[in-house]
Design a protein. Structure first.
Length: 198
């Protein structure tokens, strides 16, 4: 009888696992219905110069974004909004983009009362059977690629080349800065010597 190596073994369980995952997803969606299965996440830029022209979904909204959108911090996780306490807004553009995303979500949000006979402030009075619900927020609020990256630049917009070369100019500026004090002292000593002779 031939013994199969670990790399040669057939993955016969893969089809069954695929079906199991699908059934688990359907069960989760049914248990959470009419709520969506995922949370609303912000649009962020990928790190590093190589990838920062691309956008993707982030971990969660910042406290500043929630405040600008008028959503209280303790309420956000209870209505399907992901919150990231560590992330900070470093640009006005990203802040405005995510605030607009939160406001669009807030407009479409339907809050059902916990007790049907005692609705609270902010709860909807509409019949849920008449409203079209979304089971997936990522599909309802997709991340559209932004067109903020610079693609082309005209030759006339290019900066003029440095006379003598950029490297030489930088080295000269560095040397001038480094020896500035010594040169001033030498000139001062020379002036004092000339004054003493007279």
């Amino acid at each position: 009888m031939r013994i199969f190596l670990p790399s040669e073994r057939a993955h016969s369980h893969a089809a069954g696992k695929k079906a199991s995952r699908r059934v688990a997803r359907q069960a989760k969606a049914a248990a959470l219905a009419p709520r969506p299965v995922d949370k609303l996440r912000p649009i962020v830029r990928c790190p590093t110069i190589k990838y920062n022209r691309k956008v993707r979904t982030g971990r969660g909204f910042t406290l500043t974004e929630l405040k600008e959108a008028g959503i209280p911090r303790p309420l956000a996780p209870t209505i399907g909004i992901a919150v990231d306490f560590r992330r900070q807004n470093l640009s006005e553009e990203s802040l405005a983009l995510n605030v607009a995303r939160l406001k669009a979500y807030k407009e479409r949000l339907i809050l059902l009362p916990r007790k049907s006979n005692a609705p609270k402030k902010g709860d909807t009075k509409t019949d849920i059977s008449k409203v079209k619900t979304a089971s997936n927020i990522a599909a309802t609020f997709p991340v559209a690629p932004t067109d903020l990256a610079v693609k082309e630049i005209k030759k006339s917009d290019m900066p003029a080349p440095v006379k003598g070369g950029a490297y030489v100019s930088l080295r000269q500026a560095r040397a001038e800065k480094r020896y500035l004090g010594a040169r001033e002292k030498r000139a001062k000593d020379k002036a004092e010597a000339d004054g003493a002779k007279k």
